[in-house]
Design a protein around this ligand. Structure first.
Ligand code: PMP
Length: 316
């Protein structure tokens, strides 16, 4: 789908996956004027396909587009395009329990621009790929390292939107962490360097007794759709959930830690390494709360239980 100066997206067609043509002076290539989304389609046992809260992705894309000075498709256009793309690729949606179809919508400044300014033309496209679990460990615990030299986002920056540049800034820290054998990196705030922000591509939660806490949204972390869903599910199951500042000390003293995201769903954290010290949780096992929330959310996403939240969209 394309959009020029009137700010309205029109057209749209299904094409085989392959290279796209882009001006060397496009806004996305030169100034990082690009946003993406990520969501999944699951196959139900009866063969039908379920999307999980696609309108939330559309709304987040629109919010990000405002920050990045870009026009965006309407919620309806976004959801319709996702449905069309998934249905055209329905044979690639794995059977229940064997993975999902990952859907990647991209919005970019595709028009040519030389001086620093928003691009004169925009392209919205979607591609898909079947995926298994994100971390090779699956539901087994992951091991994180707390990063204090590199930051993912700063106050007033673009950390709260899903713009491509945010991911460029984590590549190096993530590469170093993986080379040392960690699953991923946990970032701290860039001012006091003591409060948790998020992991490279997921949100973080800590559990202490019956209280589940996650960093509050202050513009530097991504408002994850899984994060929002887990907060609602946990409250509905009797947990007290707090969105607040969480210090590294509180993290190290937690009973349980887990990450949430479309790709990782709910991933229990087995250990955290901070300034050379490693803290293991629950004997590196899968925490009971993480396991409970994982099971509730995946049963909903795969259509194994009745969707009393109205979060899934069925495609036949
Ligand atoms: N934080 C970051 C930086 C991410 O890239 C993602 C993945 N989109 C998340 C959190 C989790 O968001 P969601 O639950 O919407 O996938």
């Amino acid at each position: 789908m394309k959009c020029s100066s009137d700010g309205k997206f029109t057209g749209g067609e299904l094409k085989h996956f392959g290279p796209i043509e882009l001006s060397p002076s496009s806004g996305v290539l030169n100034y990082g004027q690009g946003l993406f989304e990520g969501l999944k389609a699951y196959r139900k046992e009866d063969g039908s396909i379920l999307l999980f809260r696609p309108e939330e992705n559309a709304l987040r894309l629109r919010m990000g587009a405002e920050r990045m000075c870009m026009p965006a498709p309407t919620v309806q256009q976004f959801v319709d395009a996702v449905k069309l793309t998934v249905l055209a690729n329905r044979r690639w949606v794995p059977p229940t329990g064997k993975g999902s179809l990952y859907i990647r919508p991209l919005l970019m400044g595709s028009g040519a621009v030389l001086g620093l300014a928003p691009a004169p033309e925009y392209t919205f496209l979607i591609f898909v790929s079947p995926v298994g679990t994100y971390f090779k460990e699956g539901l087994a615990p992951i091991n994180l390292i707390v990063e204090h030299d590199f930051h993912r986002a700063t106050r007033g920056g673009t950390g709260g939107v899903k713009t491509i540049g945010n991911y460029a800034s984590v590549l190096k820290a993530q590469k170093i962490a993986k080379e040392k054998g960690y699953s991923d990196v946990l970032y701290l705030d860039s001012v006091e360097k003591k409060y948790l922000e998020e992991v490279s591509s997921c949100n973080i939660f800590i559990v202490k007794g019956n209280v589940i806490s996650t960093p509050a949204l202050k513009g530097t972390i991504l408002p994850g759709i899984t994060r929002k869903s887990i907060i609602d599910v946990a409250r509905g199951h009797g947990f007290e959930v707090r969105e607040q500042l969480i210090s590294v000390e509180e993290l190290l003293e937690a009973d349980e830690v887990f990450c949430t995201g479309t790709a990782v769903v709910v991933s229990p954290v087995g250990s955290i390494t901070y300034r050379g010290k490693r803290v293991a949780y629950g004997n590196c096992g899968v925490g009971v709360v993480s396991k409970q929330l994982y099971s509730i959310i995946t049963s909903l996403q795969m259509g194994l239980v009745e969707d009393t939240m109205g979060w899934t969209v069925r495609l036949d």
